[in-house]
Design a binder for this molecule. Structure first.
Ligand code: CAA
Length: 259
């Protein structure tokens, strides 16, 4: 697939997905959102991909937000459409993917950029990364799920402060607040993502997807996460991966879930 705004490369079972508009600090315009939707949908349906590492091109930004130049003259209707389409096409698709996405935050993750990292399943960041939801400084609010996912990750009080001050926090603070799991040097960012990916890839792809669906169920309105867990747990018993996993345990060998 040929893309203009993103780069994709598969190595082994890992897909590297890089947002590639470094001159615009990888700002998310409509075209980039469409391309990410396509790449993620393809990856979701590709059994040979087990983990996706998502990052930004260049040494300055992961993603500096939605493309302000693109929406600067929008009216109410277009504003609503922008948020709705973005959430449906990209942010919800990403969150509900059947395989983990590791956001490797390599610089500014602001507005839609932080929202993209928050819709990912695992976040790691470089020491110089800066994170924030500065939308209210532009006269708008986070529109790609930021008001919801930030509060889920850091708690309502900290989310209120970050959103209303429009301020940026450091990677270290983000780690303390539970917004990112690990902070490392720029050189070690992708190797660290790869180490996490390697651990994930040893496990049952089916069980990973089932566990992710169960965790996400707790954050879905009207859905009982405990009931989803019971259903998903039960379904695992009907899979060849369950047979392989438990047989490998009895035979005192490592399970082999992938070729
Ligand atoms: N949209 C469009 N272009 C952007 C952009 C964005 N979000 N962020 C940066 N750029 C562009 C700049 O306009 C500039 O382009 P030109 O050279 O063509 O002028 C280029 O990227 C480099 O940026 P700066 O010169 O501003 O770089 P800097 O180092 O001085 O500042 C920065 C870096 C602090 C990240 C600053 O660029 C900035 O504040 N960016 C905007 C951050 C922001 O407000 N994000 C939220 C967007 S709204 C949103 O995301 C809504 C939503 O939830 C749906």
């Amino acid at each position: 697939m040929n893309y203009t705004n993103i780069l994709t490369e598969q190595k082994g079972h890992v897909l590297y997905l890089t947002i590639n508009r470094p001159k615009q600090l990888n700002a998310l315009n409509k075209a980039t959102i469409s391309e990410l939707n396509q790449a993620l949908t393809l990856a979701d349906n590709n059994k040979s991909i087990g983990v996706i590492i998502l990052t930004g091109a260049g040494d300055k930004a992961f993603v500096a937000g939605a493309d302000i130049k693109e929406f600067a003259n929008f009216d109410i209707e277009n504003g609503k459409k922008l948020a709705a389409e973005g959430q449906t096409k990209l942010f919800n698709v990403l969150e509900n993917l059947s395989k983990p996405v590791i956001a490797a935050v390599n610089g500014f993750a602001l507005g839609g950029g932080l929202e993209l990292a928050m819709a990912s399943h695992i976040r790691i960041a470089t020491e110089n990364a800066k994170m924030g939801l500065p939308e209210v400084s532009l006269g708008v609010i986070p529109g790609y799920g930021g008001t919801q996912r930030l509060a889920q990750l850091v708690g309502r009080g900290k989310a209120m402060e970050m959103v209303t001050t429009a301020g940026m926090i450091t990677a270290e603070d983000a780690k303390q607040w539970g917004l990112v799991n690990h902070v490392t040097t720029t050189e070690n960012l992708i190797p660290l993502a790869e180490k996490i990916a390697e651990k994930i890839l040893k496990n049952s792809p089916n069980a990973i997807s089932a566990a992710m669906r169960s965790i996400n169920a707790n954050y879905t309105v009207g859905v009982n996460g405990f009931e989803v867990e019971i259903e998903e747990f039960g379904k695992c018993f009907g899979t060849s991966e369950f047979i392989e996993g438990t047989t490998a345990f009895m035979e005192k060998r490592k399970a082999n879930f992938r070729d």
